[in-house]
Design a protein around this ligand. Sequence first.
Ligand code: ANZ
Ligand code: ZN
Length: 816
Amino acid sequence: VSEYDPQALQAKWQQRWEEHDPFRASEDAADPRERRYMLDMFPYPSGDLHMGHGEVFAIGDVVARYWFQKGYNVLHPIGWDSFGLPAENAAIKRNAHPAEWTYANIETQANSFRRYGISFDWSRRLHTSDPEYYRWNQWLFIRFFERGLAYRKGGLVNWCPNDQTVLANEQVVAGKCERCGADVVRRELTQWYFKITDYADRLLDDMAGLEGGWPERVLTMQRNWIGRSTGADVKFEIEGREEPVTVYTTRPDTLYGATFFVVAVDAALAEEIVTDEQRPAFEAYRAEVAKLSDIERLSTEKEKTGVFLGRYAINPVNGQRIQVWAADYVLSDYGHGAIMAVPAHDQRDLDFARTFDLPVKVVVHTGLADPGETGVATPGEGKLVNSGPLDGLSKAEAIEKIIEVLEERGTGVATVNFRLRDWLLSRQRFWGTPIPIIHCPDCGEVPVPDEQLPVTLPDLRGEALSPKGVSPLASATDWVNVECPKCGGAARRDTDTMDTFVDSSWYYLRYTDPGYTDGPFDVEKVREWGPIDQYVGGVEHAVLHLLYSRFFTKVLHDMGMVDFTEPFLRLLNQGQVINGGKAMSKSLGNGVDLGQQIDSFGVDAVRLTMVFAGPPEDDIDWADVSPAASQKFLARVFRVFNEVASEPGVSFADGDLELRKFTHKTIDEVTKLVESYRFNVAVARMMELTSAIRKAIDSGPGAADPAVREGAEALAVMLSLVAPYTTEEGWERLGRTGSVAHAGWPVAEPELLVQDSVTCVVQVAGKVRDRLEVSPGISEDDLRTLALASDKVRAHLSGEPRKVIVRAPKLVNIVP
Ligand code: ANZ
Ligand code: ZN
């Protein structure tokens, strides 16, 4: 009976949990418990759960189970992010429908989650590919459309030639498709966008409130992605052109140093103003640039290239004629697609100037060598020179002054610019939410009336889904051709589907009532559950999902549907599980299968290994950890549970004092460690407690001592965050009734935490010279005497010290 058999425990307790549904959140308004909302990023059903899932959900479960133990009414739901390309690609290969693959995988993962013992509320399961779910994507899209936040425009977009679809800027990583790694190319297409740029300021400013709750690196990534910069728009006359051309600059103070002017080679302006004489050279150059990827184009290592457009611009402050060039280092979709070039103080401009022998004029004296000679621009602070009325001013003063002058003359204004672009949301693929718009030749873009939602996907499968560069939905003629809801005339449905990041932008709200039929979510219930208290998931979503969700939440706030403006109060990014120092991959053959690990070592040992491996943010190298050792530890714990010889309810106060103190110290530390997310150290403390109990049984007061029971019960509850099966069985063997998951977090008794000694640091002239073990209650006088008696201290003193500052019991500071 006392043999530790993880597989047998799993079979027994999984069944019990399913009968009792122990992690259901309560909706009872009379429930006095405070609510907590704990969420793990929902999985994509690409197959069975993998090691990465094993890690993120083991970590998330520590937090969720801790809150259960602390007596909160916890919402910890699970669902599936089940639209997306892999299902579609699998369906093409197997001549099947993407739903078949998707829902089969969801079942597989759901079963694995149950076995893995995660504390989910299974009654709230949702799948984004269900029409009951995506109906509300459509509903929300229409609300956004009505508010001017969803719109269609033509322009250059990112196109993945492999997946045959457009991508949002956020899905292009270093010039490659985030999904398949193919080089992204540019295409001219008319597409749907969400106007996330309207929220750029708020997305940036509200991050101040996430400070401390979110990892700093994620905040930094989002800040950089949004990329707010302040500067000025300045108007330059172009000879022979009616309208002046505006440039954006962050350094209007350097205006007197503008020695040439550059237009993005692919901007309409370049094409418009190039002189006949220069046109052939311009067109040849433009064709060359079109072949480059964005990465190549923007590389700072690349030789600067460009072509003179045969025209001149007039510097508005000094009337100077400067050449107008076209180049690829100026982007057509940032600022105004044209710049004033200040080679002395901007490296890109200097590289260009040196390549084409253009003048360099220093206008900020920085004390560094002349950039025209060194080839190194001086972008830093300094005093203005060669700048008329700005001479002698600092950079900040000059910026203020020049903006004043420009605004007075009507040739410039102070402005703010963002790197963030609108979110391109249409996709030319099948397995997603149809965009609920009907295109009518007379009425234009007409939203599908709410009562006709959802617009469900047409029934296409296999070959019909293969990518053709236009959406497969276009081939479903019966589906496409509809009456215009406004005029009744012949019209066509939009055939694109939505980016699946739309689905995940608001799913957390739907969990509060996934069956709700009167809207995307029940506004009242969301008010009660509030934003997510703790979100756990991968850092790869730093500027994708996490940015989009924040945007959606703010729009929903403005629509009066949620009363908060940030979705995730705290964020934890777990590391990756790697093997042999490398990411697991098919080609390296270093994959580790979660299911096999569980078969070999048991769920609890695998979970314990994940949590114990290191801080949750760090990667776990599976080659360096030992699930076998975890299993051995759990067997030791299990033996302790079996050997406790006292009865439940025994008075702990009668127990062995030494073990009691150890138990309470452990409780105190583990509580603090769990709350500060140092789960691995918390596990280490539990291991020490296990050893202490073992010792008490074997060579101390014995198995019948009440302190042994006290330690074992505390251990069972604390360890239940990581090893639910072992502790559930242990709890039962300890004679306790009910699930250990709801036993209640142990509380350390303050009287048992009193330390016998503390370390006192003794400093002489600010340097630590000795450490003394003293009693916590030592008096200042005693401590002074003790410190001055130390040999190590006396070695650094010659005679009476000038001053002795005593802070009992921890510090003595001696001024010699
Ligand atoms: C003159 C100048 C002088 C500049 C100087 C910088 C330093 P951020 O901070 O990223 O907003 N710029 C403006 N539009 C551009 C475009 N479409 N493509 C490439 N570069 C562009 O960068 C703003 C600066 O980037 C602007 O300030 C402009 O160069 C350049 F000592 O103007 B600056
Ligand atoms: Zn119409």
